[in-house]
Design a protein around this ligand. Structure first.
Ligand code: NAD
Length: 435
């Protein structure tokens, strides 16, 4: 990502507030407060490499807004991580937590690093070192990290352990997405994909489409992309294309998704395979690029990789009538305009991928209570929240005749706005008739 694209990301994200404001019926001050993050931390993380040399990595943690509760958001390890990107992701987290109605604000963190170039021991030292540099900035009642791109449960476990050592007390609620054995929640692993799946199930009910006649393409076959593909496949949806950073595969009849997942996770490649017990064999499929995947003639397109995938360059060529954004920010505002004009129905990121943070909230609640829920309870509660909030947003879309994205921002903005107003805005302090 270039510097200019990077600055545009935050600018574009904030721009969406103005659009939502006209429908939200809240004080103007609310918008002004949300245009800047509450706090930004930039650290340098020293790492002793296995060969004895020392390397320094840039790390960031941004807390965007904590009006509705402690801030919450993942930690990303990626060579393209920048402060502007982390600010934008923190901004989106504020709205995501509000749109599903959980009592958190938004935050995000990251290290500019290619984790694939580190040994496991280097990765552990880097993760623990990062926590040592940000320990005073985070905490179970202030800011609670979680996994994001190229971080996982094991890394969260190391981070929780390091934080607990610093504080000299076991503090499982400082971080979510941990291994189950270290206080993680059942159901967290596939919660993001599952949340998106519940959004699609609500659409299926409203628009009355038949799963076995419905084709799906998934860009980014990682944690979230695999989960949604697996659940849709179980319901007879036809998953006809998937991809990773190296490219994708396409098969018109649809893939056996569990085989693809097994192969991808064992061999680290997306290949058209069919697996029976321990035996996997190749099946016929076309190799496609990530761009071709986005432009396929499918019913549902699921971008589940990175930001800025659908832009003004390719938006006209997008054929799928329904787009479910699992990645954060896969569609630029310019592309959004084109897609809306072309009548596409977009389930926006802040709603479609909110299942992850919702189960993270459940994990935090369980850690604080010291009492753990069954998988069934986690899944039922996630389903209830996703279905309810999806329908709130969908109803607003119908009532106001606005895109789903604007409706999601309006829903979130109203909730954040009410919380900010409850603390007092200019209209309160200048009106002496108030108590
Ligand atoms: P992951 O690291 O498990 O998977 C990412 C996948 O995307 C990998 O398969 C990678 O090969 C692929 N990829 C990377 N660059 C690509 C490219 N240019 N084109 C196509 N594929 C590419 O990450 P994840 O946790 O599944 O997250 C995916 C997206 O979902 C991210 O945008 C993340 O912010 C968002 N998200 C994840 C969660 C969660 O709980 N995991 C929650 C909310 C949002």
């Amino acid at each position: 990502m270039t510097m200019i694209e990077d600055n545009r990301l935050f600018h574009d994200a904030v721009g969406r507030l103005e659009k939502a404001f006209q429908y939200a019926d809240i004080d103007r001050e609310v918008i002004e407060r949300l245009k800047q993050p509450k706090a930004v931390l930039h650290v340098s993380v020293p790492l002793r490499m296995d060969d004895g040399s020392l390397k320094l990595f840039n790390g960031y943690r941004v807390r965007h807004d904590d009006t509705r509760g402690p801030t919450k958001g993942g930690i990303r390890y990626h060579p393209d991580v920048t402060i502007e990107q982390i600010k934008t992701l923190a901004f989106w987290m504020t709205f995501k937590c509000a749109v599903v109605g959980i009592p958190f604000g938004g935050a995000k963190g990251g290290i500019t690093v290619n984790p694939k170039e580190l040994s496991r021991l280097e990765l552990e030292r880097l993760s623990r070192g990062f926590i040592r540099t940000i320990a005073d900035f985070i905490g179970p009642e202030t800011d609670i990290p979680a996994p994001d791109v190229y971080t996982n449960a094991r890394i969260m476990g190391w981070m929780m352990d390091e934080y607990s050592k610093i504080k000299r007390q076991h503090t499982s609620s400082v971080i979510t997405g941990k291994p189950i054995e270290l206080g993680g929640s059942l159901g967290r692993y596939d919660a993001t994909g599952r949340g998106a799946y519940y959004c699609i199930k609500e659409l299926e009910r409203i628009l009355k489409f038949e799963p076995s006649n419905t084709t799906v393409a998934v860009q980014g076959f990682g944690n979230a992309g695999q989960s949604v593909a697996r659940l849709l496949h179980q319901d007879s949806y036809r998953v006809v294309a998937v991809s990773d950073s190296h490219g994708g595969i396409y098969k018109a009849e649809g893939f056996d998704v569990p085989s693809l997942i097994r192969f991808k996770n064992e061999i680290r490649q997306v290949k058209a395979v069919y697996c029976k017990e321990t035996l996997c064999e190749m099946v016929e499929a076309d190799r496609i690029t990530n761009q071709q995947l986005l432009e396929l003639d499918v019913d549902i397109l699921i971008p589940a990789a990175l930001e800025n995938q659908i832009t003004d360059v390719n938006a006209e060529r997008i054929k799928a009538p329904i787009i479910v954004e699992i990645a954060n920010g896969p569609t630029t505002p310019a592309a959004d305009l084109i897609l809306n004009e072309n009548g596409k129905l977009i389930i926006p990121d802040i709603l479609a991928n909110a299942g992850g943070v919702t189960v993270s909230y459940f994990e935090w609640v369980q850690n604080k209570a010291g009492y753990y829920w069954s998988l069934e309870k986690v899944i039922n509660r996630l389903h209830e929240i996703m279905a309810r909030q999806f329908n709130t947003v969908y109803k607003l879309r119908e009532e106001k005749g606005i895109p789903m994205r604007t409706a999601a921002y309006v829903t979130a903005l109203r909730r954040i706005g009410k919380a900010i107003e409850a603390k007092g805005t200019q209209s309160y302090f200048h009106n002496s008739s108030h108590p």
